[in-house]
Write a protein that binds this ligand. Structure first.
Ligand code: NAD
Length: 361
C-alpha cells in the first residue's frame, strides 16, 4: 500500500494506492464523522462490477450510501445530469455532512465533484477512481466540472476531495484502450517534471503494457506524487499548474474537431504532446533527439502521433478559442528537454500551422 499526501493546509488529503484497500476505506470513513447517509455515483459500466462491494464497505463503516447509476460517457458530464443528482440527493435527505462518492472514471469524478461542491454549498467528497486516467490525473487536484454546449469543462469549481482511494484491482476490467489513454498522461509527467521517471518508462514499456503489478503501482504513485507536488504549489492554476497542460492545447482542438468520439482523452494528449514537442524544436528550445525520444515512447505505449484527416483550418480556429487562451494569446507549454518545460506566449502562428499540417497528414 502506498500513500501520497496532497498538501494543501487545512484541505490536505491522502491518496491511498494499493491492490485491495478495503480496510483503509473502512477505517477512513469510520473516523470521518460523516452523517449516516451518503450517495455513491457510478456509471453503467462500473456500477455492476463493484458498486455493491463499495457500498458494503461504507455500510461496515456506518454510512448507508445509496448507489446512483448514470449513463457512461462524456455526455453525462452535463448540467442536466448534475440536476438529476441534486434531485436524488434531496430525495435521499442528504445533509451538509453526507459524503458523496465518485466511483468511476474521469466523467463520474468530474460530475460528482461538481455536485458535491455545489450541493448545500459543499458536502464531503470522496474519489474512488476506476480508470487509469482518473487514477493518475482527474481524481487528484480538485478540478471538477460539467460541460456546456459551447465548450468542455466550462462550468466548474476547484473542490478538493477528503481522500482518494485507488484500488489497482479495479483496473482489471478496464478495456485496453482506456489503459493506453491513461498512459498518455503518465508520459506527460515524465516530460514536464521528471527525466528519471521518463527514462524508467522507456525501460519498462513491456511490464507496463502487461499491467505487471509493481510497474503499475510505481507509475500511478509517481504520477500522483508529481501532480500533488504541482497542485500544492499552485492549486488554482495561476502559474506552475499550467505545466500540467503540456500537450493539451492541441489535444483539445483534436478532440473538438473529431467530435469527442474518435480519440480517448489520453490519445489526443499523445498527439498534442508530439505537436508541442515539434513546436519546442521549432522554437529552438528542444533538441531533435529529445523530440524523437518523446515520439518513440508515445509509439512504444501504442499511442497515436498524428490525427489523420483532421482539418488544419478548423484546428487553428479552435486553438485560438481554447479557454486557456488569456487575452487572446495562447500559453504554450513547451519542452526545454526531458523533465523540464516552460510557458510561452510568443509562438508565431506560422509555426503552429506548420506543425498542425504535420500532425494531420
Ligand atoms: P470515462 O470516465 O468515460 O471512463 C472511460 C470508460 O471506461 C467509460 O466507458 C467507463 O465506464 C469505463 N470504465 C471506467 N472504469 C472502468 C473499470 N474499472 N472497468 C471497466 N470499465 C471502466 O473517461 P476517463 O478517461 O476516465 O476520463 C475522462 C474525463 O476526465 C474527461 O471528461 C476529462 O475532461 C476528464 N479529466 C478531468 C481532469 C481533472 O483534472 N478534473 C483531468 C483529466 C481529464
Amino acid at each position: 500500500m502506498r500513500k501520497v499526501m496532497v498538501e494543501l493546509g487545512t484541505r490536505s488529503y491522502p491518496i491511498i494506492i494499493g491492490s485491495g484497500i478495503d480496510d483503509e476505506i473502512i477505517s477512513f470513513v469510520r473516523t470521518s464523522g460523516y452523517s449516516a447517509h451518503g450517495m455513491i455515483v457510478t456509471d453503467m459500466n462500473v456500477g455492476p462490477l463493484c458498486a455493491d462491494d463499495i457500498a458494503a464497505l461504507f455500510a461496515a463503516a456506518g454510512v448507508h450510501a445509496e448507489i446512483v447509476t448514470i449513463p457512461a460517457g462524456e455526455p453525462s458530464k452535463s448540467l442536466a445530469q448534475a440536476n438529476d443528482l441534486f434531485t436524488r440527493a434531496i430525495e435521499l435527505g442528504l445533509d451538509r455532512n453526507s459524503p458523496i462518492i465518485a466511483l468511476g472514471g474521469g466523467v463520474v469524478g468530474d460530475l460528482t465533484g461538481f455536485v458535491a461542491a455545489s450541493y448545500m454549498r459543499g458536502v464531503p467528497f470522496l474519489q474512488i477512481p476506476t480508470s487509469l486516467l482518473a487514477q493518475v490525473d482527474s481524481s487528484v487536484g480538485g478540478k471538477v466540472a460539467v460541460n456546456h454546449a459551447l465548450g468542455k469543462n466550462l462550468i466548474g469549481a476547484f473542490y478538493q476531495p477528503d481522500a482518494v482511494f485507488m484500488d489497482l484491482k479495479l483496473l482489471r476490467t478496464l478495456p485496453k484502450r482506456e489503459i493506453l489513454s491513461g498512459l498518455g498522461e503518465i508520459i506527460k509527467y515524465g516530460i514536464i517534471y521528471d527525466a528519471d521517471f521518463f527514462a524508467w518508462l522507456e525501460g519498462h514499456c513491456v511490464d507496463i503494457l502487461a499491467l505487471e503489478p509493481a510497474a503499475v503501482t510505481h507509475i500511478i504513485a509517481r504520477s500522483c506524487a508529481i501532480k500533488a507536488d504541482v497542485v500544492r504549489q499552485d492549486e488554482r492554476e495561476s502559474g506552475l499548474r499550467r505545466i500540467l497542460n503540456f500537450g493539451h492545447t492541441i489535444a483539445h482542438a483534436v478532440e473538438k474537431e473529431t467530435g469527442y468520439v474518435r480519440y480517448r482523452h489520453g490519445e489526443a494528449v499523445a498527439i498534442g504532446m508530439a505537436g508541442a514537442a515539434a513546436i519546442s524544436v521549432q522554437m529552438g528550445l528542444l533538441s531533435d533527439d529529445d523530440r524523437m525520444r518523446i515520439n518513440d515512447l508515445i509509439r512504444a505505449m501504442e499511442l497515436p502521433l498524428s490525427a489523420e484527416g483532421v482539418k488544419v483550418d478548423a484546428m487553428h480556429a479552435d486553438l485560438f478559442h481554447d479557454k486557456k487562451t488569456v487575452g487572446g494569446r495562447i500559453h504554450w507549454v513547451l519542452a526545454e528537454g526531458i523533465g523540464r518545460v516552460s510557458v510561452h506566449s510568443d509562438v508565431p502562428e506560422e509555426i503552429v500551422r506548420k506543425i498542425l499540417l504535420g500532425l494531420s497528414s
